[in-house]
Design a protein around this ligand. Structure first.
Ligand code: ADP
Ligand code: MG
Ligand code: ZN
Length: 183
């Protein structure tokens, strides 16, 4: 069997999780064996479920490090989904590649930019080795144009501040501010 890597990227609210769920559900309808993982830090809505902002849900296994996928992986799994992939370290790239070499279809969803519009590692590396890349856009809440950035609304300079509605909003390049608005 031949495997490959698909990456769905874009800012917050661009429908990355919805798209991951759509692809996973289609694979399940196709009688394929699927496993979904997400980083433990993302406990916004639910500890085990992947949940989109529009409340679509998918059962997943929360893990701390990408390598843990190998411990949980069943021998007959054909499709692996990973949400919030930007929260894993650089080793997630090798993990995805190893899965693809084993014949697994790997579907990753994650932010390609941080709250300051900088490339969010390890996304650039993952995008480079992926067979398929889908870049999604949200709608800028300020002007209505297509939005490729996530505006942080709470004041923190940490790169990772896990938060749903309220902590971030989708903004276009023109309306995005480099600093948190509250600061
Ligand atoms: P992501 O995983 O990229 O953060 P989700 O798949 O969880 O996105 O949620 C996408 C959904 O968020 C959209 O279908 C829509 O219902 C909702 N949404 C909220 N704010 C916006 C926005 N500014 N632009 C587009 N969709 C938005
Ligand atoms: Mg998401
Ligand atoms: Zn705008």
């Amino acid at each position: 069997d031949i495997g490959w890597i698909e990456v769905v990227c874009g800012p917050m609210f661009s429908g990355k999780t919805e798209e991951l769920i759509r692809r996973v559900k289609r694979a399940v309808y196709g009688k394929q064996r699927v496993q979904v993982f997400k980083p433990k830090v993302d406990d916004r809505y639910d500890e085990t479920q992947v949940v989109s902002h529009s409340q679509l849900k998918l059962t997943s296994t929360p893990i701390e490090r990408a390598e843990e996928i190998f411990y949980h992986l069943s021998a007959d799994t054909q499709v692996v989904g990973i949400d919030e992939v930007q929260f894993f370290g650089p080793e997630v790239v090798q993990v995805c590649e190893a899965l693809a070499y084993r014949g697994v279809r790997v579907i990753c969803a994650g932010l390609d930019q941080d709250y300051q519009g900088r490339p969010f590692e390890p996304m650039p590396q993952l995008l480079a080795v992926a067979e398929y890349v889908t870049k999604q856009l949200a709608i800028c809440v300020v002007c209505g144009n297509p939005a490729n950035r996530s505006q942080r609304l709470v004041s923190s300079e940490a790169r990772v501040v896990v938060g749903a509605a309220g902590a971030y909003e989708a903004r276009c390049r023109r309306c995005h501010l480099g600093e948190p608005t509250e600061a």
